[in-house]
Every structure is written in structure tokens, then in C-alpha cells.
Design a protein around this ligand. Structure first.
Ligand code: HPA
Ligand code: ZN
Length: 330
């Protein structure tokens, strides 16, 4: 099964590039930039990754990214992930990034964009790995700041495949960001949002109706609202589900308790993703393999899931056709 899963052409739609920062690189960048971290070794970093909920993870996630200071750092971060992803049969990565988490530390958007752009070109040229860029707004900060960031990003609008919405969900409903998402819509930028990860099904509905998103990141709590499930099925809205993330952030106790099989039984358009692979115990193959072990899924299920992601990617049709061919041959 591992060989089959590695062979499968996998498209990753839900990945936070800052969440791909492995402890080794974190410590190396801390040294390079003279940043002090509360960890002296890789083991100590791993030891700290015992999360009780989304917020307890976010606290370490924002602390970890403090080592990212220069365009070179962002390049090195992204290239390290692209190489690992490529090595495990990922053909395309759609990466969220969090400009506000860097702006508040005095790191300009230009620095982030320069580093990520360089890495994206290098991945395409050297690995044949295509990538998409999703600029996420931090929903636990105010909407005016999100609007300001979108305006700041004017030189890069052309490079954005979508805008997204992430960070602490509870108490920060999609409705808070109606204006900024409307502005993105008028600019012709597609929209996605995290919803129904830790927050209620109503946030999924809000993201669809008020933010006009084309897909829902996570979305697992949709099952609490049968009429919402029917709508997600009818409209075949893509859900970017992240199994190991949901276990590590205690949305479920064990993967065996995860609603993924029910989501599939309901006929929903599910995809599998890694979210923050450095923090949650693995990349795409690890997530797929964990589902095989927990649910006993066979090759046909994984073909369907990989196919869903291929159809949903922000990519030109010639690439999509090539992946469809590779999927058929896997
Ligand atoms: N949820 C919400 N915000 C995030 C996450 C997540 O899993 N990872 C990085 N930002
Ligand atoms: Zn996420």
C-alpha cells in the first residue's frame, strides 16, 4: 500500500507553508538569524508538540515562524517542503501563507513574496512540481487589518491563486470578513476559507453564503447539519480534510473516530491533505497511509480522493490532463 500511495499522483490543496517548518530547519534558521528559541534540540522541539486544541498549536506555530526573517529563509523553507513533497509523489502544492504573522514582526510582504516566488520557480524548473499561492487572513485579528493587507498586496494580486481565512476559528465567524472577501471577489481572486474545523457547521454555511468561497478547508463539522450536508453534496463543494491534523488538535481522539468514512458515504467531495506536516506527524503519504490503517480503505478509495484533488486544483487544463493520465496509470 505504501508503494501504491507513493506512486499515486497527489495534489495537495491544504498546506500552510509556515507549518512545514521542520525542527531541524527551525533551529538552523534561529542560529543563522540570532533568534532565541525556548528549545535547545530537535528532541525538545518535538517534546513541545503536545497540543490540546487549535489555539495551543497556533501559539507554537507563531513562535516557530519567528526564525523566518529574510527572503532566503522563506525560499529555504518552501524549497525544503517542495523537495520532500516531490519525493513522496506530490505533483502539485497549493500553499497558504500568513502575511500578517510576518508583518506584525516587522517582516515586509515583499520579503515573503520574493522568497516564496523564487522557490516556486525553482520547484517548477528543477522538480516539475507546480504550486499555487493562497494568501490567508488571520481571522483572530480585525477585518480592517485584513483589508489593509489585501491592498498592500496589490503588486502581487496577479500571483495569488486565492485568498483564504485561517487561525483561531471559535468566535471569529466568516461574516467578520464579508467586505474583504467581497473586495477579493471584485478583483477576480478566488476565495477559500477554513470552516467547521473547530467552529460549528454554521461557519461553513457563512463561508459559502457570505464569503462566496469555492472550497471549504476542513469542513468536518458539516455533519452536524443534515441540510448543509445535502447542499455540499448537491454542489459538490470541495472539502480539504486533514486527518492527522484533526487527531493532533484533538478534534477526534483517534483517527478511527474520524468522520471521514461518513463524509464519503454522504457522497461529499473530499480530499486529503497534511495542513501543517512538521507539527502534525507527517506529509501526504503519512496521512493517506494512516487512513488506510484506520479505515481499511483500498486503492479505489485513494484513487477517488486523489482524483477529487486533481479536479479541484488551481491549474491549467493541460497539467490537469497530465495528472489524470498519471492517475489512470498508477
Ligand atoms: N487551522 C487554522 N489555522 C491554521 C491552521 C489550522 O489547522 N494551521 C495554520 N493555521
Ligand atoms: Zn489549515
Amino acid at each position: 500500500m505504501r508503494d501504491f500511495l507513493a506512486r499515486l499522483p497527489k495534489v495537495e490543496l491544504h498546506l500552510h507553508i509556515e507549518g512545514s517548518l521542520e525542527p531541524e530547519l527551525m533551529l538552523a534558521l534561529a542560529e543563522r538569524n540570532g533568534v532565541t528559541l525556548p528549545y535547545a534540540s530537535v528532541e525538545e522541539v518535538h517534546g513541545a508538540y503536545d497540543f490540546s486544541d487549535l489555539q495551543s498549536f497556533l501559539d507554537l506555530y507563531y513562535q516557530g515562524m519567528s526564525v523566518l526573517q529574510t527572503a532566503r529563509d522563506f525560499h529555504d523553507l518552501a524549497m525544503a517542503y517542495f523537495r520532500r513533497a516531490h519525493a513522496e509523489g506530490v505533483v502539485h502544492v497549493e500553499m497558504h501563507f500568513d502575511p500578517q504573522a510576518h508583518l506584525v514582526r516587522g517582516i515586509d510582504l515583499a520579503v515573503v513574496m520574493e522568497g516564496l516566488s523564487l522557490a516556486r520557480r525553482e520547484a517548477d524548473r528543477e522538480l516539475g512540481l507546480s504550486t499555487a499561492l493562497i494568501m490567508a487572513f488571520l481571522r483572530d485579528r480585525d477585518a480592517e487589518e485584513a483589508m489593509w493587507v489585501l491592498e498592500q498586496a496589490a503588486p502581487y494580486w496577479e500571483m495569488l491563486d486565492a485568498v483564504g481565512l485561517d487561525s483561531a476559528e471559535q468566535g471569529n465567524p466568516p461574516e467578520k470578513f464579508v467586505e474583504v472577501f467581497e473586495r477579493a471577489r471584485r478583483l477576480g481572486i478566488p476565495r477559500v476559507a477554513h470552516a467547521g474545523e473547530e467552529g460549528p457547521a454554521a461557519y461553513i454555511l457563512g463561508a459559502l453564503d457570505r464569503l462566496d468561497v469555492c472550497r471549504i478547508d476542513h469542513g468536518v463539522r458539516c455533519l452536524e447539519d443534515p441540510s448543509l450536508v445535502a447542499r455540499l453534496r448537491d454542489e459538490q463543494t470541495v472539502l480539504t480534510v486533514c486527518p492527522l491534523s484533526n487527531v493532533r488538535l484533538r478534534m477526534v481522539e483517534r483517527l478511527e473516530d474520524h468522520p471521514l468514512p461518513r463524509l464519503l458515504d454522504e457522497g461529499l467531495n473530499v480530499t486529503l491533505n497534511s495542513d501543517d506536516p512538521a507539527y502534525f506527524g507527517g506529509g501526504m503519504v503519512d496521512n493517506f497511509l494512516a487512513c488506510h490503517r484506520a479505515f481499511g480503505w483500498d486503492e479505489a478509495v485513494f484513487r477517488r480522493l486523489a482524483g477529487n484533488a486533481i479536479e479541484a486544483a488551481f491549474v491549467d487544463e493541460s497539467r490537469r490532463d497530465e495528472w489524470r493520465r498519471r492517475l489512470a496509470e498508477a
